[in-house]
Design a binder for this molecule. Structure first.
Ligand SMILES: [Zn+2]
Length: 133
């Protein structure tokens, strides 16, 4: 996952946001401009956690902010779709948008979730989820 893209000066840059950052798990999934904007789209804003919190802090924060029956599936589907967007960019030269990610995320979440989870999702009035279930 620590794929490095070096320019002529040997400076590491993230393929997704073009910032000078190593492509670590924490950068790609939580610190990258693209993922930050995607998380915000589904109601998660990491800025209140401070700089570079431990990984489990993100999980606990998600659990506190989201429906307890859905947070794992939401978190994993979101991360999976970030990873796929990153791979599309690197291997297929396809640049993703937050809106495109959101559509793919909804499909992923719908396909991954159980009937019980879908029932719970329908009862929640989240704008981003209601149209996908
Ligand atoms: Zn980045």
């Amino acid at each position: 996952m620590d794929r490095r893209r070096c320019n002529r000066d040997g400076i590491l840059t993230c393929a997704c946001c073009n910032r000078h950052a190593r492509e670590t798990r924490d950068h790609l999934f939580f610190g990258c401009d693209f993922s930050i904007n995607c998380w915000r789209k589904i109601g998660l804003d990491w800025t209140s956690l401070g700089p570079d919190p431990p990984f489990m802090t993100y999980i606990r924060y998600s659990k506190n902010c989201m429906h307890k029956d859905l947070y794992k599936e939401i978190f994993l589907s979101a991360a999976w779709e970030f990873w796929k967007c990153r791979n599309d960019l690197i291997f297929n030269n396809v640049t993703s948008t937050v809106q495109a990610w959101l559509l793919k995320f909804k499909v992923s979440l719908r396909n991954q979730s159980s009937p019980l989870t879908r029932s719970s999702a329908r009862s929640i009035r989240w704008g981003w989820i209601s149209s996908g279930f």
